[in-house]
Structures are given as C-alpha cells and as structure tokens.
Design a protein around this ligand. Structure first.
Ligand code: ADP
Ligand code: 2DT
Ligand code: MG
Length: 204
C-alpha cells in the first residue's frame, strides 16, 4: 500500500484519550529531528467554515443535525483538504494525520447508520501508507482525566465505536496496545514508521 507519490501519509486512529494527538506530536518531532520534511494534519479540521459547524455540533449538545448530514460534513471536511494533501505528497512531505475516514465511519456506524453507506462519501480520498490504531481500554481512557463535555465522550458510545473500528481493521494496520506507557507506544510507532519510510526511499 505504498503510494505513488514521493511523500507518505501516516494515519493515527483510536478512541478518545488513546494518545493519538500526543503520539502525532512525538512522531512529528522525531521525524523533524531526522531532517524529514514533515507536517501534521488533524480531522476534524475545526478551522475551516465547515469545521466550525462541526465544532459547534461537537461542543453544543442542543445543536440538532441529522446523523447523515453531520456524517457528510465530516467527510467534506476531509475532501476540502485533498488539494493540500496531494500537493504535499507530491513534494515528498510525510503527512501525519490525527484521525481520518476510519473515525468518520466508526462514529457514524456506531449511531446505527448503515456501515457501507458510511464508507461511501470517503471513497477516493488519498489512501494512507500506514494506519496505526491505538487501542486503549475504556477503563484506561477514563483514568486519563475522565471524559469531557463533547458529544460522543462517554464510555457507552466509545465502546460501540471500538466495535466498528474492529470491523474496519485490515491486516496491514499496526494495532498497538495503547494501555502501555507513552514511551513504549512511541517506540512501536517509530519502528513501523521507519519501515514505511525505508521502503519509500527504496522505491523512489
Ligand atoms: P487523544 O488525542 O487520543 O484523545 P491525547 O494524546 O490527547 O489523546 O491524550 C489524552 C491524555 O492522556 C493526555 O493527558 C496524555 O498525556 C495522556 N496519555 C496519552 N497516552 C498515554 C499513555 N500511553 N500513558 C499515559 N498517559 C497517556
Ligand atoms: P477530536 O477533535 O477530539 O479528535 O474529536 N469524529 C471525527 C466523527 O464523528 N467523524 C469524523 O469523521 C471524525 C474525523 C470523533 C472529534 C470528535 O469527532 C468525531 C471525536
Ligand atoms: Mg486528540
């Protein structure tokens, strides 16, 4: 699954408080220190006009949007970044992506929307070269500061979302036990990313 662009797309997925954002930052720092051309992207990107509607939906429980409509907005929020993603991949950048289409599918399917319907709006997005899933138990996640106020941040929903991620899991995903220490998880991430980057150098 190594893409035809010189850059690489590395996706980090997982439930809330699995350590995604922390590991994205650590990976970014490591690759930057190694002299790589690297950039971090996060979905939802709350900074765009569409992202602002998504942010309102997540933070304001009184905001009513149909499950289908918000699903399509999350997907559109990815599609609006595609020109930027392709541009960076063409320039040889390593893009570290904090959540991608898999969160989109898992969260909406967990609400009861049809699994295949949930997949369709993201068909055609740039394919990742590596998907890393940080698998944290609901118990560990709760201990990491408890859940906040945003929509979806409760144990019952997170547990249903995890079941959907299991349905999405593919054999080439790096599935990491994210209950381990930050340093242990980081070491596993670095090891696998290094393999993907070595592979890309050979293919260039
Ligand atoms: P996410 O982006 O997946 O929601 P974060 O990276 O924001 O998760 O981490 C949530 C909290 O849990 C932070 O306070 C972070 O320092 C802590 N944390 C993340 N991973 C670990 C870990 N492996 N062990 C202990 N604490 C962790
Ligand atoms: P954070 O900003 O804390 O990562 O969480 N979500 C995310 C969806 O429902 N669909 C999506 O496509 C994406 C990318 C997961 C944002 C919340 O939004 C959910 C948690
Ligand atoms: Mg995060």
């Amino acid at each position: 699954m190594v893409s035809h662009y010189p850059g690489r797309l590395i996706v980090i997925e997982g439930l809330d408080r699995a350590g995604k954002s922390t590991q994205c930052s650590r990976l970014f720092r490591t690759l930057e220190q190694n002299g790589r051309n690297v950039e971090m992207i996060k979905f939802p990107d709350r900074g765009t006009p569409m992202g602002q509607i998504i942010d309102k939906y997540l933070t304001d429980n009184t905001m009513n949007l149909s499950d289908q409509a918000i699903h399509l907005l999350f997907s559109a929020n990815r599609w609006e970044q595609v020109p930027h993603i392709i541009d960076k991949l063409k320039k040889g950048t390593v893009l570290i992506v904090d959540r991608y289409m898999y969160s989109g599918i898992a969260f909406s399917a967990a609400k009861g929307l049809d699994f295949n319907w949930c997949k369709s709006p993201d068909v055609g997005l740039p394919e990742p070269d590596l998907v890393i899933f940080l698998d944290v138990s609901i118990e560990t996640a709760s201990k990491r500061g408890g859940y906040g106020e945003e929509r979806y941040e409760n144990a019952e929903i997170q547990s249903r979302v995890r079941s959907q991620f299991l349905k999405l899991k593919e054999s080439n995903w790096l599935w990491i036990d994210a209950n381990k220490s930050l340093d242990e998880v980081e070491a596993e991430v670095n090891n696998e990313v290094q393999k993907v980057l070595n592979n890309s150098t050979q293919n260039r």
